[in-house]
Design a protein around this ligand. Structure first.
Ligand SMILES: [Zn+2]
Length: 379
């Protein structure tokens, strides 16, 4: 950065007149494009630049705290925003630059940067791609000055970086980018990961992979359920997925997705998405009535090895039809209570298939009171 810092310092007057011309604001007396970082009070906005040495690449400063001296340009402070931006275009050879729409306004930092890079640094400005605000569901536009932010660090704990790139790239320029870390996040990652999804934007997908990051091939909403079935264990998750037709998965990618899935469950998942498969018959199963028990016994008898989720789904309804005294909803509750100790859970046909039909049938028999207690960890 030192050569552009020197160029900016030499061009101080020229930059000041560009800023005045385009922003209409008077630049104050003694203004400098470089803010020294005072080594004593540690503040960057209290020290003034009093001189510089282009050969030794140092700056002189005097601070309101009383300190003064000489500092290296590198690390001794920084260019102010409107100069720092074009300086980086020049240093990195930037050809295309996406940025928030606030910088695109008339007299905004893109306008001043364009003149500064041409007239002071002798370069060309990058092609501009202004984008709209990223809005946080239920909280309005993200704004660091209003404190309405989800930091990129926290966001990346729940969204893989390539999926976040996909979110930005698939949105047309100047359209607002809605980000909802709750259930819609599942659909977003699904769109990226599910090879069969029809809503994928293939071009955005290719562009978002510029920095690496493939598709796992397993819908993320499956993953958040399977990782819970597996009690959070990566190997067990891989085994369950393989048993259900998701073989040859990229193991490193799977581990990364599972970290995101677990974090999402902890931080953003609605309560009804969380569950824990009980190792033994939950105490609440004692509250099941005679009809619910009859249904579970009937279902256990009808479940057969090799059934797929769709078949299990139909089988549940066939079994439910043998207990007309109870509404299907009450019978579904019996399934979840026997397995999870709570009245709700993932879609039942899918859930029993992934959990294992053997394990499920044994548990239903026990809940119905027609078999001995199963040994713990019998899956
Ligand atoms: Zn100071």
């Amino acid at each position: 950065m030192n050569p552009v810092i020197v160029a900016a310092l030499k061009g101080t007057e020229q930059i000041a007149s560009i800023l005045q011309e385009l922003t209409g604001k008077q630049v104050e007396e003694g203004w400098s494009p470089f803010n020294p970082l005072c080594p004593v009070c540690g503040r960057i906005n209290r020290a003034r630049l009093t001189g510089f040495d282009a050969t030794r690449e140092t700056i002189d400063f005097a601070c309101e705290c009383g300190e003064s001296g000489t500092l290296p340009m590198a690390g001794g402070g920084k260019l102010t925003w409107r100069i720092d931006w074009p300086a980086r275009w020049e240093v990195f050879g930037v050809t295309v630059e996406p940025f928030g729409k606030d910088h695109a306004s008339r007299g905004g930092s893109y306008d001043t940067g364009t003149r500064i890079v041409r007239e002071v640094f002798g370069g060309e400005p990058p092609f501009p791609v202004p984008y709209e605000w990223i809005s946080l569901k239920g909280r309005g536009d993200m704004s660091s000055s209003k404190g309405n932010v989800l930091s990129i660090t926290r966001m990346l704990e729940v969204v893989p970086p390539e999926v976040l790139r996909y979110l930005i790239v698939r949105t047309r320029p100047l359209r607002s980018i809605p980000f909802d870390p709750g259930l819609p996040l599942l659909s977003l990652v699904d769109e990226y990961d599910d090879l069969e999804s029809t809503s994928r934007d293939e071009r955005a997908l290719a562009l978002s992979r510029a920095g690496g990051g493939g598709s796992l091939g397993v819908p993320f909403r499956h993953l958040v359920n399977v990782v819970q079935i597996a009690g959070g264990d990566v190997e067990e998750t891989a085994r369950i997925l393989e048993r259900n037709g998701y073989g040859n998965l990229d193991r490193a990618l799977l581990s990364r997705r599972l970290e995101h899935a677990k974090r999402w469950l902890e931080e953003f998942a609605p309560a009804e998405m969380r569950f824990c498969v009980q190792e033994t018959l939950p105490p609440s199963a004692a509250s099941l009535d005679k009809e619910q028990k009859a249904f579970l016994a009937e279902l256990a008898a009808r479940l057969a090895a090799g059934m797929d989720a769709e078949t299990v789904h139909k089988t549940i309804y066939t079994a439910a039809a043998t207990v007309p005294q109870r509404k299907p909803a009450q019978l579904f509750e019996a399934i979840y209570i026997a397995l999870l100790g709570q009245p709700r859970g993932p879609r039942a046909g899918w859930f029993l298939t992934f959990l294992g039909l053997d394990f499920s049938a044994r548990r239903f028999r026990e809940a119905a009171g027609i078999s001995e207690p199963e040994p713990a960890s019998g899956r």
